[in-house]
Design a protein around this ligand. Sequence first.
Ligand SMILES: Nc1ccn([C@H]2C[C@H](O)[C@@H](COP(=O)(O)OP(=O)(O)OP(=O)(O)O)O2)c(=O)n1
Length: 359
Amino acid sequence: MTGVLPDTRLRRLVAEGAVAAERDVDEAQVQPASLDLRLGRVAFRVRASFLTGDATVADRLSDFEMHRIDLTHGAVLEKGCVYVVPLMERLKLPPQVSAVANAKSSTGRLDLLTRCITDGGTEFDRIPLGYEGPLYAEICPRSFSVLVRPGMRLNQIRFREGHAELDDVSLAALHGRVGLVDGEAVIDDGLGFSVDLRPAKGSLVGYRAKPHTGLIDLDRIGHYEPSDFWEEVHTRDGRIILDPGAFYILVSREAVTIPPTHAAEMAPYVAMVGEFRVHYAGFFDPGFGWAEAGGSGSRGVLEVRCHEAPFVLEHGQIVGRLVYESMAAMPETLYGREIASNYQGQGLKLSKHFRALRN
Ligand SMILES: Nc1ccn([C@H]2C[C@H](O)[C@@H](COP(=O)(O)OP(=O)(O)OP(=O)(O)O)O2)c(=O)n1
């Protein structure tokens, strides 16, 4: 059966030792179509980000390590620095299974660039068929310094067998059956995603990270005051100008649906990659936005960073696309009501570490 492996198969991968860990895998790590990965006990501060090519991460660390930080009692990862953290999980994948990792949504919303690296890896986050070896997270806090501890879950991994991606014809057919977006679907190499700069009420369209803020302890949920870390972005004319280097949280104009038979990943919109980057966290779970799982009206959160020159972003401009994949089987549990999900039914929403916003 080809497709993305659901929760039931993830438990089996763990039971069979294809995913092993120095501390038993916790049931809370198992998501509908992905497994959360946990930070180990040490972080290496490195000079620069790297891929391993034909070497191992351990070999590369001996070249690039500046110092080592014990995370046991909590430690700060500083804004602007690059760290490599061995993860608790390691893989011994069956030959027909490959994997892809991604930052969790809460990690992306904090502008913590987090990518997975492997021994012999030539790409971030892509793990080849049958990979056997350790996993590492490369973490670069871009806007805020963060306090981390062993066991924290900053990124996640999806496993798949065979080719599961929907081409545009199959995507259009799926949209015809279940309605993947409200309004007109723009289908061109995935489902186009546009930005909402004309809110139904008021003029608040997003948030921009403040410089020189305090520290965020990633275990503190609903704790921080948004205004200590974020400036509100308002507009009444359906456009904003992005400042190069600044980080914004915006929201999609479309409410999106991921039916239980599918999973999706947010990908950049090719025409715009030179101007801005729109996703740091890209996995969308089966059941996200699905009415039966309490998800009607769920929008996608856009994490936007503009590159070289100030750029005018207009309401309805396409900024990203959702690439849909078939599940190998339906998950037992969907994103939303049945598990403690933070972003089902969301509109414009900061990460779960902040107090609720008036929306
Ligand atoms: N750029 C993104 C990426 C994801 N999501 C949505 C779709 C996902 O199904 C949901 C949850 O994503 P994660 O599992 O990555 O997030 P967390 O684990 O941080 O949240 P939760 O605690 O709710 O599982 O957030 C989003 O709105 N915008």
